[in-house]
Design a protein around this ligand. Structure first.
Ligand code: PLP
Length: 356
């Protein structure tokens, strides 16, 4: 069986692919509405939330844009320590918002205290932060950031991108007091790309009522009206919702805690392997991702040659991303990947390193 150790789109189990092949239904039929409701209610488990979960026919970037359009009239703070955080900043700027960038070095976690200090200057309606930076393999301390934000600027909405971690690492939306958490189907949920999930708090929905020019497609108040009738304003990504409904049963059968433990054990194993081969991690200890490991290419490994070698064994890893494209490579351990797959990959990498 081929295995892709890349941070999305990831391998999808055959039975999940099959679930997509169910016949179409009229989307405003009772039959489809039941599936839509089931999938969105089960999704609440992933977010540890009692709040609503929107199923959006878009990739995750669509919901980054939705967050900006619905929850920010004017001013927003973007925490940036990686490529995807920078994208969210750009999304805000290109939607005409007055967005301030709070930058940290990419190999450092965002500091809760510095985030709080920035917010104390006042006037920020929302804060954007990425939980798991897929470029750097760094996990930001979102729980601690949220605590600091709540103390310093209680009215500021906390918007979190968990695109490459939700379903692979524990994010407790309600307990941490987050206002929006968004993710994409093609990462830890191990579904094909094209669906985004966004959980939104009541107070964020309330705020949206005062925001002008929310647009149409991503107007969450419009979506909410339809969601209350187990539907969406525009035609939903029906096949992906069939697959989500099926995959959530598999995920919940594995057990979320077991799933997180599996991801974290694989991350630890990859880190240990890298250490043992004189390769260091890009992210510092204590802030390393459970779902993707970014390794500094200190041995000058030719990653495309390595991948050609791995592909003969039906495996592949990912190169670096953005400004650290050439100096790093990435091993993703998310979704359907098991420890046995990781062992197979590391053995093959070992073989390659010995011969090269
Ligand atoms: N945020 C993060 C952390 C990501 O890793 C990605 C994609 O890799 C995105 C946002 C964009 O998501 P999408 O490609 O689903 O729009």
């Amino acid at each position: 069986m081929s295995r892709m150790f890349v941070p999305g789109p990831v391998d999808v189990a055959d039975e999940v692919l099959q679930a997509q092949a169910a016949p179409m239904l009229p989307h405003r039929s009772k039959e489809f509405e039941a599936i839509f409701r089931r999938a969105s209610e089960k999704s609440q488990n992933l977010f540890y939330t009692k709040h609503r979960v929107f199923l959006s026919a878009s990739s995750g970037t669509g919901l980054q844009e939705a967050a900006i359009r619905n929850f920010v009239n004017r001013r927003v703070l973007s925490v940036v320590n990686g490529a995807f955080a920078d994208r969210w900043y750009e999304v805000a700027a290109s939607n005409g918002k007055d967005v301030e960038k709070l930058s940290f070095d990419w190999d450092k976690p965002a500091s809760p205290d510095l985030v709080a200090d920035s917010l104390k200057r006042g006037g920020f309606e929302a804060l954007t932060v990425v939980h798991n930076e897929t470029s750097t393999g760094l996990q930001n301390p979102v729980k601690e950031i949220a605590e600091a934000v709540r103390a310093a600027a209680p009215d500021t909405l906390i918007l979190v991108d968990a695109v490459s971690s939700l379903g692979g690492a524990k994010i407790e939306m309600d307990a941490w007091g987050l206002d929006m958490v968004l993710t994409s189907s093609q990462k830890c949920l191990a579904l094909p790309p094209g669906l985004a999930l966004g959980a939104v708090s009541d107070r964020a929905m309330e705020k949206a009522k005062s925001v002008e020019n929310r647009g149409w497609y991503f107007d969450l108040l419009r979506m909410e009206k339809h969601r209350n009738k187990d539907s969406s304003p525009a035609t939903p990504a029906m096949s992906l919702i069939y697959a989500l409904d099926f995959q959530l049963d598999r995920i919940l059968a594995e057990g979320l805690e077991n799933r997180f433990a599996r991801h974290s054990a694989m991350a630890k194993r990859v880190q240990e392997w890298a250490d043992a081969h004189d390769l260091s991690m890009y992210a510092p200890e204590g802030y390393r991702s459970q779902t993707v490991t970014t390794i500094k290419n200190e041995r000058g490994i030719n990653v495309s040659e390595l991948n050609a070698f791995l592909k003969q064994r039906e495996m592949r890893i990912a190169g670096g991303y953005g400004p650290i494209k050439e100096s790093t490579f990435r091993i993703a351990h998310m979704g359907e990947i098991q420890m046995a797959d990781i062992e197979k990959l590391l053995a093959a990498m070992e073989e390659y390193l010995k011969k090269s």
